[in-house]
Design a protein around this ligand. Structure first.
Ligand SMILES: Nc1ncnc2c1ncn2[C@@H]1O[C@H](COP(=O)(O)OP(=O)(O)OP(=O)(O)O)[C@@H](O)[C@H]1O
Ligand SMILES: [Mg+2]
Length: 583
């Protein structure tokens, strides 16, 4: 007597259903996706008791003819693919012919459908037993009602959460699909009350506005970028807003709403250096790529996909978001969002005024001098660097140092205050990033090499980052027994304390495990920049302020620094005049 027996088909269906249908939100997703595949322009969704009692989805799509109804309810019954090869590049949400039979096997199920007005078919099923198809009169389209989900599977029923929690999950599932289909009208009711009305719109931004309010949608930044064959589009949060509201992550691949931790991480990587560590941005993105680059048939609920070249896709998304944030950085946003003021570093008067720099008595070196070219060995002997005279000579506004911390100046739209440390930190960050990517740093060769004794953890941090530290300008000779001999150091400004900077950098890199070269570059550039930048409390000469100001022209100074503090504050004349009662 064999110990193996074939399960009855009803049991097999229920087991299969377990994979497709986890809770009411899965039913909402499957039915709404079917409606979209049928070309619906309006979809009505009704839930009762969070979907535990009833889920009804009604559409005005193509409907089905009488002979298709039993096939739709049979396992593997699908109109969407004919052969396995159709799976590559499948453009419909459905392709397995599993959803309807799975749902019908675990509920009290009703289907009404018509391929043309008046010529309808109705059928019922309970626990997978399908009743007779009857002719009915109804308009074109389909209505599927799913009552008493899991009524015949107590083990599953037990796992359903409260009405509220199931409701929330269902709304989330519907929102994910609705965001990929702004042109379709959705109407959701819960326990007889209107819950969500989404009129057809032409953009994702408008759809977002209809869901979370116009203000929320307006504050998001557009992403629209093509890298090779990968198009990333949608919206992301402004760096300054990250962490201030509920985090929302809606991602779709070729219009299919999916989860993908890798892509979400790539988006976060794009924000690095503009937001505080630990907070994570909201995103609403769609990635369009050639269908043969993605396998959609890897997850029972079609909630995940697999990529042929994940790395390229993540990098493309990261680049797209970075570009979106970059536009933001250099445009109307340096901390003045909401005001009519628009300030771009490029708007600053061309600031390098060589004559002034030279004439400054006691002035040794600009904080940052872009004219320094790397020598043959990638480094150059240190010489007091002064910008060469090619730079056009234009006026710089008068700069004032306040509290040895801020630089104040007048701009045509108002008064601007810059945090000297944050600004310089940003300048250095961009400079180091450039250096890390291009591989050549202007460095200062020391007459007397520095000798540093390191603890084991610092030594390990040095070993792990040696290549990058050298590119930044710390050229080290020999390293053994925890002793470093440092021959060259970066030269960010005259009072730079190289030894302290290197120590503090190694200290903060201790135990740091960042994967990937790009992430390492950013981490290191940010750390060294922070340690190397002039500090609050450092008194700056006019020449130094001008020099810093000059370099800001080429820098995208974000509204917030890596610690989330403001880097720049703007007081508009409007505001000033109001304070003085002149307006
Ligand atoms: N709302 C609808 N309007 C018109 N036809 C529908 C609708 N829902 C289902 N169908 C038809 O019934 C078939 C079976 O639907 P079902 O959801 O079970 O499978 P599928 O969508 O093809 O694949 P998947 O299991 O991946 O969702 C579909 O292929 C489609 O032809
Ligand atoms: Mg389907």
């Amino acid at each position: 007597m064999p110990v193996i027996s074939i399960l009855p088909s009803a049991v097999a269906d229920q087991i299969a259903a377990g994979e497709v249908v986890e809770r009411p939100s899965s039913v909402v997703k499957e039915l709404v996706e079917n409606a979209i595949d049928a070309g619906a322009t309006t979809i009505d969704i009704t839930l009762e008791d969070g979907g535990r009692k009833l889920i009804r989805v009604s559409d005005d799509g193509s409907g089905m003819g009488v002979e298709d109804v039993p096939l739709a309810l049979a396992r593997h019954g699908t109109s969407k693919i004919r052969s396995a090869s159709d799976l590559v590049g499948v453009s419909t949400f459905g392709f397995r012919g599993e959803a309807l039979p799975a749902i019908a096997s675990v509920s009290i199920f009703e289907l009404e459908t018509a391929a043309a007005d008046g010529e309808g078919t109705a059928t019922k099923a309970s626990g997978g037993k399908i009743g007779r198809a009857e002719r009915i009169a109804r308009r074109r389209g389909t209505t599927v009602s799913v009552g008493q989900l899991f009524y015949n599977i107590p083990a599953r029923l037990k796992f359903l959460r409260s009405s509220r929690s199931e409701w929330r999950s269902a709304v989330e599932a519907l929102t994910a699909v609705a965001l990929t289909q702004p042109g379709i009208r959705f109407h959701l009711t819960h326990d007889g009350r209107n819950a969500l009305m989404l009129p057809p719109v032409t953009s994702v931004r408008s759809r977002l506005g209809a869901i979370w309010g116009g203000r929320y949608a307006e504050d998001l930044l557009d992403v629209d970028d093509v890298t090779g064959a990968i198009h990333t589009s949608g919206l992301v949060q402004r760096p300054g807003d990250v962490g201030t509201s509920t985090r929302r992550v809606f991602l779709s691949i070729n219009g299919r709403a999916v989860r993908d931790a890798g892509i979400a991480r790539a988006v976060e990587a794009a924000y690095r250096s503009t937001i505080v560590a630990g907070v994570r941005p909201s995103l609403f993105l769609n990635v369009t790529l050639s269908p043969d680059m993605v396998d959609v048939n890897v997850h029972p609920a079609k909630a995940e996909v697999r990529f042929r070249d994940r790395w390229s896709i993540e990098r493309a998304v990261e680049t797209a978001v970075r570009r979106a944030l970059g536009t933001f950085d250099s445009a109307a946003s340096l901390g003045f969002r909401g005001s009519a003021f628009s300030f771009r570093p490029a708007d600053l008067p061309t600031p390098v005024d060589a004559e002034i720099l030279r004439a400054e008595p006691g002035y040794e070196s600009p904080l940052f001098d872009s004219s320094t070219a790397p020598g043959e060995n990638g480094h150059e002997e240190y010489a007091p660097a002064v910008s060469t005279a090619e730079a056009p000579s234009q006026t710089i506004p008068s700069l004032f140092q306040l509290k040895r911390t801020y630089i104040a100046f007048e701009h045509e739209d108002g008064l601007v205050l810059i945090d000297q440390h944050s600004a310089h930190e940003r300048v250095l960050y961009e400079q180091f990033m450039h250096t890390l990517e291009s591989g050549a740093a202007p460095a200062q060769r020391l007459l007397l090499p520095l000798t540093l004794h390191l603890g084991p953890a610092e030594g390990e941090a040095f070993d792990a980052n040696r290549e990058y530290l050298e590119r930044i300008g710390f050229e080290v000779e020999g390293f053994g027994g925890h002793t470093l001999i440092v021959n060259t150091v970066p030269m960010p400004h005259p009072r730079f304390d190289a030894e302290r900077c290197l120590r503090e950098t190694l200290d903060s890199l201790t135990g740091d495990r960042v994967a990937g070269a790009a992430a390492k570059h950013e981490r290191l550039a940010a750390t060294v920049a922070c340690k190397a930048a002039i500090k609050a409390g450092d008194e700056l000469s006019q020449g130094e302020m001008r020099s810093l100001f000059a370099t800001l022209r080429d820098t995208t100074l974000p509204a917030h620094d890596v610690h989330g503090r403001s880097t720049i504050v703007h007081l508009t004349w409007d505001e000033v005049e109001r304070r003085f009662g002149r307006k």
